[in-house]
Design a protein around this ligand. Structure first.
Ligand SMILES: NC(=O)c1ccc[n+]([C@@H]2O[C@H](COP(=O)([O-])OP(=O)(O)OC[C@H]3O[C@@H](n4cnc5c(N)ncnc54)[C@H](OP(=O)(O)O)[C@@H]3O)[C@@H](O)[C@H]2O)c1
Length: 228
Protein backbone atom coordinates (compact mmCIF):
# COMPACT_ATOMS: atom_id res chain seq x y z
CA UNK A 1 0.00 0.00 0.00
CA UNK A 2 1.38 3.42 -0.91
CA UNK A 3 0.27 6.97 -0.14
CA UNK A 4 -0.38 7.75 -3.80
CA UNK A 5 -3.00 5.03 -4.16
CA UNK A 6 -6.73 5.02 -3.49
CA UNK A 7 -9.47 2.39 -3.54
CA UNK A 8 -13.00 3.25 -4.68
CA UNK A 9 -15.84 0.99 -3.60
CA UNK A 10 -18.62 1.50 -6.13
CA UNK A 11 -15.98 2.71 -8.61
CA UNK A 12 -18.19 1.47 -11.45
CA UNK A 13 -20.92 4.00 -10.60
CA UNK A 14 -21.47 7.58 -11.67
CA UNK A 15 -19.48 9.36 -8.95
CA UNK A 16 -16.89 6.64 -8.26
CA UNK A 17 -16.08 6.23 -11.95
CA UNK A 18 -15.67 9.99 -12.36
CA UNK A 19 -13.37 10.30 -9.34
CA UNK A 20 -11.34 7.32 -10.58
CA UNK A 21 -11.03 8.95 -14.00
CA UNK A 22 -9.78 12.23 -12.50
CA UNK A 23 -7.29 10.61 -10.14
CA UNK A 24 -5.96 8.23 -12.80
CA UNK A 25 -5.52 11.20 -15.14
CA UNK A 26 -3.60 12.99 -12.36
CA UNK A 27 -1.15 10.07 -12.15
CA UNK A 28 -2.48 8.45 -8.97
CA UNK A 29 -2.85 4.69 -8.55
CA UNK A 30 -6.52 3.80 -8.50
CA UNK A 31 -8.09 0.49 -7.44
CA UNK A 32 -11.70 0.23 -8.58
CA UNK A 33 -13.88 -1.97 -6.46
CA UNK A 34 -17.18 -3.57 -7.39
CA UNK A 35 -19.40 -6.40 -6.23
CA UNK A 36 -18.32 -7.94 -9.55
CA UNK A 37 -14.61 -8.15 -10.41
CA UNK A 38 -15.59 -8.29 -14.11
CA UNK A 39 -17.52 -5.01 -13.91
CA UNK A 40 -14.60 -3.42 -12.08
CA UNK A 41 -12.12 -4.58 -14.73
CA UNK A 42 -14.34 -3.24 -17.51
CA UNK A 43 -14.51 0.19 -15.84
CA UNK A 44 -10.73 0.13 -15.25
CA UNK A 45 -10.08 -0.59 -18.94
CA UNK A 46 -12.35 2.27 -20.02
CA UNK A 47 -10.65 4.65 -17.59
CA UNK A 48 -7.20 3.55 -18.74
CA UNK A 49 -8.22 4.25 -22.35
CA UNK A 50 -9.46 7.74 -21.42
CA UNK A 51 -6.72 8.67 -18.93
CA UNK A 52 -3.80 7.47 -21.03
CA UNK A 53 -1.68 4.35 -21.41
CA UNK A 54 0.58 5.35 -18.49
CA UNK A 55 -2.32 5.64 -16.06
CA UNK A 56 -2.40 3.13 -13.22
CA UNK A 57 -5.89 1.79 -12.70
CA UNK A 58 -7.02 -1.72 -11.85
CA UNK A 59 -10.42 -3.24 -11.24
CA UNK A 60 -11.22 -5.98 -8.72
CA UNK A 61 -13.76 -7.13 -6.15
CA UNK A 62 -14.42 -4.64 -3.32
CA UNK A 63 -12.68 -6.77 -0.67
CA UNK A 64 -9.53 -6.96 -2.79
CA UNK A 65 -9.52 -3.27 -3.70
CA UNK A 66 -9.40 -2.21 -0.03
CA UNK A 67 -6.18 -4.18 0.51
CA UNK A 68 -4.30 -1.84 -1.83
CA UNK A 69 -4.76 1.65 -0.41
CA UNK A 70 -4.72 3.58 2.88
CA UNK A 71 -7.64 5.66 1.63
CA UNK A 72 -10.88 3.86 0.75
CA UNK A 73 -13.70 5.85 -0.88
CA UNK A 74 -17.26 4.56 -0.48
CA UNK A 75 -19.35 5.68 -3.48
CA UNK A 76 -22.52 3.61 -3.33
CA UNK A 77 -26.21 4.57 -3.06
CA UNK A 78 -27.52 5.25 0.46
CA UNK A 79 -29.67 2.12 0.38
CA UNK A 80 -26.56 0.02 -0.34
CA UNK A 81 -24.31 1.70 2.25
CA UNK A 82 -25.00 -0.60 5.21
CA UNK A 83 -24.72 -3.77 3.14
CA UNK A 84 -21.53 -2.54 1.46
CA UNK A 85 -19.84 -1.58 4.74
CA UNK A 86 -20.84 -4.91 6.27
CA UNK A 87 -19.22 -6.71 3.34
CA UNK A 88 -15.82 -5.01 3.77
CA UNK A 89 -15.50 -4.02 7.42
CA UNK A 90 -13.79 -7.19 8.64
CA UNK A 91 -11.09 -6.72 5.99
CA UNK A 92 -10.31 -3.07 6.64
CA UNK A 93 -6.85 -2.48 8.06
CA UNK A 94 -6.03 -0.52 11.19
CA UNK A 95 -5.28 3.10 10.26
CA UNK A 96 -7.12 3.17 6.93
CA UNK A 97 -9.17 6.27 6.13
CA UNK A 98 -12.70 5.57 4.88
CA UNK A 99 -14.23 8.41 2.85
CA UNK A 100 -18.03 8.49 2.77
CA UNK A 101 -19.63 10.26 -0.23
CA UNK A 102 -23.18 9.14 0.52
CA UNK A 103 -26.14 11.48 0.41
CA UNK A 104 -29.30 10.02 2.00
CA UNK A 105 -31.73 11.35 -0.60
CA UNK A 106 -35.41 10.78 -0.01
CA UNK A 107 -35.62 8.96 -3.37
CA UNK A 108 -34.22 5.94 -1.51
CA UNK A 109 -37.71 5.49 -0.02
CA UNK A 110 -39.70 6.71 -3.00
CA UNK A 111 -39.55 10.44 -2.21
CA UNK A 112 -37.88 13.45 -3.82
CA UNK A 113 -34.22 13.85 -4.83
CA UNK A 114 -34.44 17.42 -3.57
CA UNK A 115 -34.87 16.30 0.05
CA UNK A 116 -32.75 14.27 2.43
CA UNK A 117 -33.96 11.67 4.89
CA UNK A 118 -33.75 12.38 8.60
CA UNK A 119 -31.43 9.79 10.14
CA UNK A 120 -31.09 9.06 13.85
CA UNK A 121 -27.28 9.23 13.56
CA UNK A 122 -27.55 12.71 12.03
CA UNK A 123 -26.11 11.89 8.59
CA UNK A 124 -25.20 8.98 6.36
CA UNK A 125 -21.54 9.60 7.21
CA UNK A 126 -22.15 9.45 10.96
CA UNK A 127 -24.21 6.32 10.46
CA UNK A 128 -21.28 4.79 8.57
CA UNK A 129 -18.90 5.74 11.38
CA UNK A 130 -21.11 3.90 13.88
CA UNK A 131 -20.98 0.79 11.70
CA UNK A 132 -17.24 0.72 11.11
CA UNK A 133 -14.57 -0.41 13.59
CA UNK A 134 -12.79 2.23 15.72
CA UNK A 135 -9.52 1.13 14.12
CA UNK A 136 -10.32 3.09 10.92
CA UNK A 137 -10.79 6.83 10.44
CA UNK A 138 -14.03 8.04 8.86
CA UNK A 139 -14.34 11.27 6.90
CA UNK A 140 -17.13 12.67 4.73
CA UNK A 141 -16.23 14.28 1.38
CA UNK A 142 -17.28 14.84 -2.25
CA UNK A 143 -21.04 14.96 -1.50
CA UNK A 144 -21.46 18.27 -3.36
CA UNK A 145 -19.41 17.31 -6.42
CA UNK A 146 -21.48 16.48 -9.48
CA UNK A 147 -20.73 13.14 -11.12
CA UNK A 148 -21.57 14.77 -14.45
CA UNK A 149 -18.83 17.38 -13.99
CA UNK A 150 -16.26 14.99 -12.62
CA UNK A 151 -16.70 12.57 -15.53
CA UNK A 152 -16.24 15.29 -18.16
CA UNK A 153 -12.46 15.29 -18.51
CA UNK A 154 -12.46 18.24 -20.91
CA UNK A 155 -13.90 20.49 -18.19
CA UNK A 156 -12.99 21.51 -14.64
CA UNK A 157 -15.04 20.79 -11.51
CA UNK A 158 -16.33 24.12 -10.22
CA UNK A 159 -16.94 23.08 -6.62
CA UNK A 160 -15.43 23.25 -3.17
CA UNK A 161 -15.04 19.92 -1.41
CA UNK A 162 -15.90 20.16 2.28
CA UNK A 163 -14.16 17.44 4.24
CA UNK A 164 -15.63 16.55 7.65
CA UNK A 165 -14.16 14.18 10.21
CA UNK A 166 -13.33 14.16 13.90
CA UNK A 167 -9.51 14.37 13.48
CA UNK A 168 -7.95 17.42 11.79
CA UNK A 169 -4.90 15.48 10.65
CA UNK A 170 -7.11 12.87 8.96
CA UNK A 171 -9.24 15.51 7.21
CA UNK A 172 -6.03 17.03 5.82
CA UNK A 173 -5.10 13.68 4.23
CA UNK A 174 -7.84 14.35 1.68
CA UNK A 175 -6.43 17.71 0.57
CA UNK A 176 -4.05 16.38 -2.10
CA UNK A 177 -6.79 14.16 -3.49
CA UNK A 178 -9.24 17.06 -3.72
CA UNK A 179 -6.62 19.29 -5.32
CA UNK A 180 -5.78 16.63 -7.91
CA UNK A 181 -9.15 17.44 -9.51
CA UNK A 182 -8.93 20.64 -11.57
CA UNK A 183 -10.74 23.61 -9.89
CA UNK A 184 -11.76 21.65 -6.81
CA UNK A 185 -10.73 23.32 -3.56
CA UNK A 186 -10.32 21.65 -0.18
CA UNK A 187 -12.36 23.17 2.66
CA UNK A 188 -11.78 21.97 6.21
CA UNK A 189 -15.31 21.08 7.32
CA UNK A 190 -14.55 20.29 10.96
CA UNK A 191 -16.15 17.45 12.88
CA UNK A 192 -18.01 14.59 11.24
CA UNK A 193 -21.29 15.90 12.67
CA UNK A 194 -21.08 18.76 10.12
CA UNK A 195 -21.59 16.19 7.36
CA UNK A 196 -25.35 16.50 7.96
CA UNK A 197 -25.15 20.08 6.63
CA UNK A 198 -22.99 19.10 3.65
CA UNK A 199 -25.20 16.14 2.72
CA UNK A 200 -28.35 18.28 2.76
CA UNK A 201 -26.68 20.85 0.47
CA UNK A 202 -26.58 18.19 -2.25
CA UNK A 203 -30.36 17.84 -2.23
CA UNK A 204 -30.54 21.63 -2.52
CA UNK A 205 -28.10 21.59 -5.49
CA UNK A 206 -30.23 18.98 -7.27
CA UNK A 207 -33.13 21.44 -7.01
CA UNK A 208 -30.90 24.25 -8.33
CA UNK A 209 -29.92 22.08 -11.32
CA UNK A 210 -33.59 21.54 -12.13
CA UNK A 211 -34.71 25.15 -11.70
CA UNK A 212 -31.71 26.67 -13.49
CA UNK A 213 -31.64 23.91 -16.15
CA UNK A 214 -27.95 23.09 -15.61
CA UNK A 215 -26.33 19.65 -15.20
CA UNK A 216 -23.81 20.34 -12.47
CA UNK A 217 -24.16 23.19 -9.99
CA UNK A 218 -21.68 23.20 -7.11
CA UNK A 219 -20.75 25.22 -4.03
CA UNK A 220 -18.05 27.77 -3.15
CA UNK A 221 -17.29 29.04 0.35
CA UNK A 222 -16.21 32.69 0.13
CA UNK A 223 -13.69 34.57 2.24
CA UNK A 224 -11.15 31.76 2.62
CA UNK A 225 -8.86 32.45 -0.34
CA UNK A 226 -9.25 32.18 -4.07
CA UNK A 227 -10.34 28.97 -5.74
CA UNK A 228 -7.60 27.10 -7.55
N1 LIG B 1 -24.08 10.96 -8.73
C1 LIG B 1 -23.68 12.10 -8.21
O1 LIG B 1 -23.64 13.16 -8.89
C2 LIG B 1 -23.27 12.17 -6.77
C3 LIG B 1 -22.68 13.33 -6.29
C4 LIG B 1 -22.29 13.38 -4.95
C5 LIG B 1 -22.52 12.31 -4.10
N2 LIG B 1 -23.12 11.19 -4.61
C6 LIG B 1 -23.32 10.06 -3.70
O2 LIG B 1 -22.37 9.09 -4.04
C7 LIG B 1 -22.92 7.79 -3.91
C8 LIG B 1 -22.82 7.07 -5.25
O3 LIG B 1 -23.63 7.77 -6.18
P1 LIG B 1 -23.72 7.28 -7.70
O4 LIG B 1 -24.62 8.22 -8.39
O5 LIG B 1 -22.34 7.06 -8.22
O6 LIG B 1 -24.43 5.86 -7.50
P2 LIG B 1 -24.72 4.71 -8.57
O7 LIG B 1 -24.05 5.02 -9.86
O8 LIG B 1 -26.17 4.44 -8.58
O9 LIG B 1 -24.03 3.44 -7.85
C9 LIG B 1 -22.67 3.37 -7.55
C10 LIG B 1 -22.25 1.95 -7.42
O10 LIG B 1 -22.72 1.39 -6.21
C11 LIG B 1 -22.62 -0.04 -6.31
N3 LIG B 1 -23.66 -0.71 -5.55
C12 LIG B 1 -23.47 -1.46 -4.46
N4 LIG B 1 -24.60 -1.93 -3.99
C13 LIG B 1 -25.58 -1.49 -4.78
C14 LIG B 1 -26.98 -1.66 -4.79
N5 LIG B 1 -27.63 -2.39 -3.86
N6 LIG B 1 -27.68 -1.08 -5.75
C15 LIG B 1 -27.05 -0.33 -6.68
N7 LIG B 1 -25.71 -0.13 -6.73
C16 LIG B 1 -24.98 -0.71 -5.77
C17 LIG B 1 -22.66 -0.35 -7.80
O11 LIG B 1 -21.42 -0.94 -8.10
P3 LIG B 1 -21.26 -2.51 -8.43
O12 LIG B 1 -22.58 -2.99 -8.97
O13 LIG B 1 -20.19 -2.51 -9.46
O14 LIG B 1 -20.88 -3.11 -7.14
C18 LIG B 1 -22.79 1.01 -8.47
O15 LIG B 1 -22.05 1.11 -9.66
C19 LIG B 1 -24.37 7.97 -3.46
O16 LIG B 1 -24.47 7.78 -2.08
C20 LIG B 1 -24.69 9.41 -3.82
O17 LIG B 1 -25.62 9.99 -2.94
C21 LIG B 1 -23.47 11.10 -5.92
Amino acid sequence: MSDDSIAIIGGTGDLGYGLALRWATAGRKVFIGSRSAERASKSASEIQAAAGADSQVQGMANVDAIQNAWIVVIAVPFLAQAETLASIKEKLRTGQTVVICTVPLEVAVGGAATRTLGLWAGSASEQAARTLPDTVHVVAAFQNVSAHAVQELSGTVDCDVIVCGDEAEVRARLKPWVEAIPSCRYVDGGKLENARIVESLTAFLIGVNRRMKVPASGIRITGIGSAR
